[in-house]
Ligand binder design. Structure first.
Ligand SMILES: N[C@@H](CCC(=O)N[C@@H](CS)C(=O)NCC(=O)O)C(=O)O
Length: 386
């Protein structure tokens, strides 16, 4: 009698144990089922496109894949096509004489030099793009690389089908207002209006920031920088918002820059850098190490002035590898071993590029801040040339 009762209790305990064990597992089984039912990548992309309520830019699902490598295609064509800005002095600007200049344009030049040894009208074409033009230009392979004050974000990685190279300029979004408006904070824009350009992170951050702070305002949206600035200049908006670098640049375009002030507020993180279409790792490496060459050269004190002397006389193994005096690092990228020498000779190191376009001798005089080397408290850091 006693042993039958004991058996029953043991049996019940075992049953409870099995049920409890099963209860602890169902997520695993469910996840496995979901995994089996995963839609194809194309369907996933289509679903993303369908369910998104607010889109930054139109999503193009079909990405044209070139049949040859990008490096081969660029070499065959004889020129690099770099998507750039025509309207942002200091970063990418098209002068009346038809020449482009700016910090971003110099990285286009550096890339052309890495490939062809020289950057001129025959080896480099800058294709000016508005903010909204960018994803299509990348996806259709109209450009080889995009270097146009473009912020690295997750959705651009996925929906634009782009990869981002090293950040060349750490930025953040700001707000400009008229000095005599009395506006000192974003909260003072309550009931006011803000001029902003479409197709940008700027437009999205503005909405986020104002919603988070509970500020009612009217966004006035324009397709490009000149029309956005013109509307602000004409007094159609109380505020003008874009990346702080953009504000510093655009402020100089106003009739009376001294009548305007950039508020002491940073609304977002805007890491700006080169982007290229998915699918060609060699090309990604070439773009990335072109940028790293300029950063590393600054770190090791290699400049356009002393690069030839460094090639001849430096005893530093890092410098020797970086300049191709020793090793085969350039060849590994599909370039010449002295690709970095050519870049520094023609365009300069990061500091030279920065100072030429944004430094104290320019109308912009943008402090290096986060865009200093890691050895000087900034975020610029090249992986080793090894
Ligand atoms: N970094 C932001 C903003 C980039 C952007 O397009 N900024 C504007 C305002 S400064 C610009 O460069 N406009 C030039 C044009 O479209 O003509 C992004 O990647 O979305």
């Amino acid at each position: 009698m006693f042993s039958r009762k004991l058996l029953l209790i043991v049996g019940l305990l075992l049953l409870v144990g099995v049920v409890a064990a099963q209860c602890a597992q169902p997520q695993v089984q469910e996840v496995q089922k979901v995994e089996e039912a995963q839609p194809t990548e194309a369907v996933q992309q289509a679903q993303v496109a369908e369910t998104q309520e607010v889109k930054e830019e139109p999503t193009v699902v079909e990405v044209q894949q070139p049949s040859e490598s990008r490096l081969e295609a660029v070499r065959k064509r004889g020129k690099l096509i770099c998507g750039g800005n025509a309207n942002l002095a200091g970063f990418g600007y098209l002068a009346e004489d038809g020449t482009f200049s700016g910090f971003d344009i110099d990285f286009c030049r550096a890339l052309a030099v890495a490939i062809f040894g020289v950057a001129d009208d025959t080896t480099l074409e800058i294709r000016p793009l508005t903010a909204s033009d960018r994803p299509i230009a990348l996806q259709t392979n109209e450009i080889d690389v995009l270097i146009r004050n473009t912020t690295y974000t997750l959705s651009r990685d996925t929906e634009w089908a782009a990869n981002f190279g090293p950040t060349t300029f750490y930025d953040g979004q700001g707000m400009m207002v008229r000095k005599d408006s009395g506006i000192k904070t974003l909260e003072d824009l309550e009931g006011g209006s803000v001029c902003v350009q479409t197709g940008t992170t700027t437009e999205l951050n503005l909405a986020d920031q104002m919603a988070a702070r509970g500020i009612n305002y009217e966004p006035k949206v324009f397709p490009d920088a000149p029309s956005t600035l013109a509307a602000y200049q004409a007094g159609n908006c109380d505020g003008f918002t874009t990346d702080k670098s953009g504000l510093i640049s655009q402020k100089q375009e106003l009739e009376h820059p001294e009548d305007h002030v950039i508020l002491d507020v940073t609304m977002s993180k805007e890491p700006l850098g080169p982007a290229y279409a998915h699918g060609d790792d060699q090309w990604a490496d070439i773009v990335d190490w072109t940028v790293y060459c300029t950063i590393s050269a600054e770190e090791y004190g290699v400049t356009s002035e002393n690069v030839d002397d460094m090639v001849a006389n430096s005893n530093d193994p890092v410098v020797k590898r970086m300049l191709g005096v020793e090793g085969d690092l350039g060849k590994g990228l599909g370039l010449d071993n002295d690709f970095c020498v050519k870049i520094i000779r023609a365009v300069g190191n990061y500091e030279e590029i920065y100072n030429r376009n944004l430094g104290p001798d320019t109308p912009f005089n943008v402090p290096r801040g986060l865009n200093s080397l890691w050895t000087e408290g900034g975020l610029l850091y090249s992986p080793p040339f090894r």
